[in-house]
Structure formats: C-alpha cells, structure tokens
Design a protein around this ligand. Structure first.
Ligand SMILES: NC(=O)c1ccc[n+]([C@@H]2O[C@H](COP(=O)([O-])OP(=O)(O)OC[C@H]3O[C@@H](n4cnc5c(N)ncnc54)[C@H](OP(=O)(O)O)[C@@H]3O)[C@@H](O)[C@H]2O)c1
Length: 324
C-alpha cells in the first residue's frame, strides 16, 4: 500500500510517500478514505517532536474509511463507514496517512448518521477537541447569556472549529488571531477579532479587565495566563494546546482566588470509546459545524502541509484524500 512514512535516521527524520507492507496490530482493517492534518501530525515527523514512539511510523492521528475486516460481535460490520482518532494512532501505531490501517475494535467509532467520511475528517481531531472544550465549559454552567466567549489560535484547526460551533450555538464569539484574518473569522461566526497581544495585555499585572465569560484556548504559552487574567468572575477556560509554548508565562493565583475562575484541561486522545461515540453523535447533531469546506491535499502534498502547520500558517482545516 502507499503510505506517507516518517523514519528516524542519523540526519533527522526522513519523510515521504513509499510502499509499505506492514500494517501493525489490530482486529479491524479499514480502507482509509480521508485523514486530516493536525499540529500533532507535524510533531510526529520532526526530531524531538515528542509524538512518534516508533520508527518507521505512518503518522495521521485520525482517519475515516470503510471496514474491510471486523471481528465478530463488533458494533460495526464489514462495509460500514467508521472513523478513528487518538489513543496511539499516528504515535506508536500506524495512522491515517496510508491506504489501509489496522486498528483495535475498541478505537473505532461508527460514522454518525448525517456525516460523510469527508465531513468527519473536515471536523477531525480538531473539531472533536473543540467540541470537548465547549461541552466542558457548558458542564460548568456556561450559557450564551453569560457574555462573550474568547477563542485563541482562532484561524487554526481547533480554533476555527470552536468559533464555528460556538457561533452556531448562539454565543458571542471573540476570536483572537496573529494573522490578518478578519474576513475568514467573521465568516465562521466571530462577532469581533482581536490580536494575540490584546489577549496577553500587560503580563506584569495579575488581573486585567473582566471581559470573557468563557474561553477555548489551544495556544498555551503566554496566551493562557492572559486569558485567565481577563475572565469574568466565575468564568472558565478550556485549555487543549501548546502552539505558543508549554510554560505558562506570567500566571499568578489571583484570577483563581479573587475571581473564582477555572482552568479546565482537555484531552482528546484518551477519552473512553463510549463517551467518544456519544460526543460524535453530538458533533453530527447540535454541535455540527456550519462550515465544512476544508482544503484538500493528497499524500504527495503532505510534506508542505506539515511544514506550514509547524510555522503556524494553518488556516481552517486541511484534509488528506487517501482513497476518498
Ligand atoms: N489536548 C488535545 O487533545 C488536543 C487535540 C487537538 C489539538 N491539540 C493541540 O492544540 C493545538 C492546536 O492544534 P491545531 O491542530 O488546531 O493546530 P493549528 O491548526 O496550527 O492551530 C494552532 C493556531 O495557534 C496559533 N499559533 C501558532 N503558533 C503560535 C505562536 N507561536 N503563538 C501564538 N499562537 C500561535 C495560530 O493561530 P492564529 O494565527 O489565528 O493566532 C495557529 O493557527 C496544538 O498545540 C495541538 O497539539 C490538543
């Protein structure tokens, strides 16, 4: 089968399309139709990216396609469309950037009604993470009546999905971006667009003007403390990412102890399969993004797409046509 492979060598990581025979373990064989490009996929193809656990590795932390072999008693049958993401996919287990994938049945989500395999990957890990973030904020009580919700890294995969889903649920969305992308973000549903610097503000002060009822942050670094400084009393931020760095620069305890704000951690990789299937039903239903017009690339174009996402240049979602 054709696969995009990352392989460690003495001079770094070699990456490119080649023929591969070995598929890895798993009782389900999926003919991959679509995969997508996520920040983590790019980390899986660079030295010290901290994602690849084996070499050679087929990256691709998500995939959608058709089941060709299924164990008896599985919740899906041969010929059915499914998706899979997270767990060890594209890390220690070959992922979606190949014509076929073998995965354990416990990782497989039957495609929810109303979503095509292409739609599922236009949403992908990024949209699933945005959905987890919104559900986490709403479990803590956030409603559209509470005030504006901030989304950082708003032009990226997680960010753009969060803007779209929140706007669709009736929230007033403030999008923060380092790019000149007002039109793109307003088209997704943002009511205003601010800069990264606006979010960080004066990092030497422990609190800033009380502005946001909630926030979805996939950037971390200096941004997340800026978000915390600007949350309203009782507000919360769902934190999922680190494109801005892993250290929380300028964080103090004051937003927590004077404004009772909450920092909610989001992990998409290890959610139990039952919860995952339920969340995908929500994504196909009341959380469904209104814009699923992703940019398409093939396996041969992945090198460029992965480099662009590492440079922070990604805008919206990029999907990979594997056999679709
Ligand atoms: N916890 C989880 O389960 C989970 C799941 C999915 C993703 N993630 C993480 O979430 C993050 C986003 O992933 P993604 O696939 O959406 O990536 P992405 O498409 O590249 O989006 C990230 C966005 O962050 C902003 N950004 C990039 N570099 C930055 C910098 N140096 N400083 C400040 N902002 C910067 C950019 O948005 P603007 O230009 O608009 O500011 C960029 O588009 C990654 O860290 C990823 O690992 C975590």
């Amino acid at each position: 089968m054709r696969a995009f492979v990352a392989e460690k060598g003495d001079d770094g990581v070699a990456r490119g399309v080649r023929e591969l025979e070995e598929l890895g373990d798993g009782d389900v064989l999926v003919r991959v139709a679509w995969s997508s490009v996520n920040y983590k996929d790019a980390l899986a193809t660079i030295p010290r990216g901290g994602v690849a656990r084996v070499s050679p590795l087929v990256p691709g932390i998500d995939l959608a396609g058709v089941v060709e072999e299924a164990p008896t008693g599985a919740a899906f049958a041969e010929g059915e469309e499914v998706l899979a993401h997270g767990y060890e996919l594209g890390m220690s287990h070959h992922g979606g950037f190949a014509e076929y994938a073998r995965v354990p049945a416990a990782w497989v989500v039957p495609l929810p009604p109303g979503l095509s395999a292409r739609d599922a990957m236009a949403i992908g890990t990024a949209g699933y993470t945005a959905a987890l973030s919104i559900l986490s904020l709403e479990r803590r009580g956030l409603t559209p009546e509470d005030g504006p919700v901030l989304v950082t890294g708003a032009t990226g995969g997680v960010g753009s999905m969060a803007v779209d889903m929140l706007a669709g649920r009736g929230y007033e969305v403030v999008a923060s971006s380092g790019k000149d992308a007002d039109d793109f973000l307003r088209e997704l549903g943002a009511t205003s667009v601010i800069s990264r610097e606006d979010v960080i503000g004066d990092a030497s002060r422990p609190l800033a003007k009380s502005q946001w009822a909630g926030a979805v942050d996939c950037v971390g670094g200096a941004m997340l403390p800026g978000v915390l400084r600007g949350l309203q009393y009782g507000g919360a931020v769902a934190a999922s990412g680190n494109t801005g760095g892993i250290a929380l620069e300028g964080l103090t305890v004051l937003p927590f102890i004077l404004r009772a704000v909450a920092l909610l951690g989001i992990d998409s990789a290890q959610t139990p399969i039952g919860d995952r299937i339920e969340t995908w039903m929500r994504i196909a239903g009341d959380l469904r993004p209104r814009h699923l017009d992703a940019r398409e690339v093939g396996l041969d174009d992945l090198e460029d797409a992965l480099s662009a996402i590492l440079r922070g240049e990604n805008r919206g979602r990029t999907i990979v046509r594997v056999g679709g």
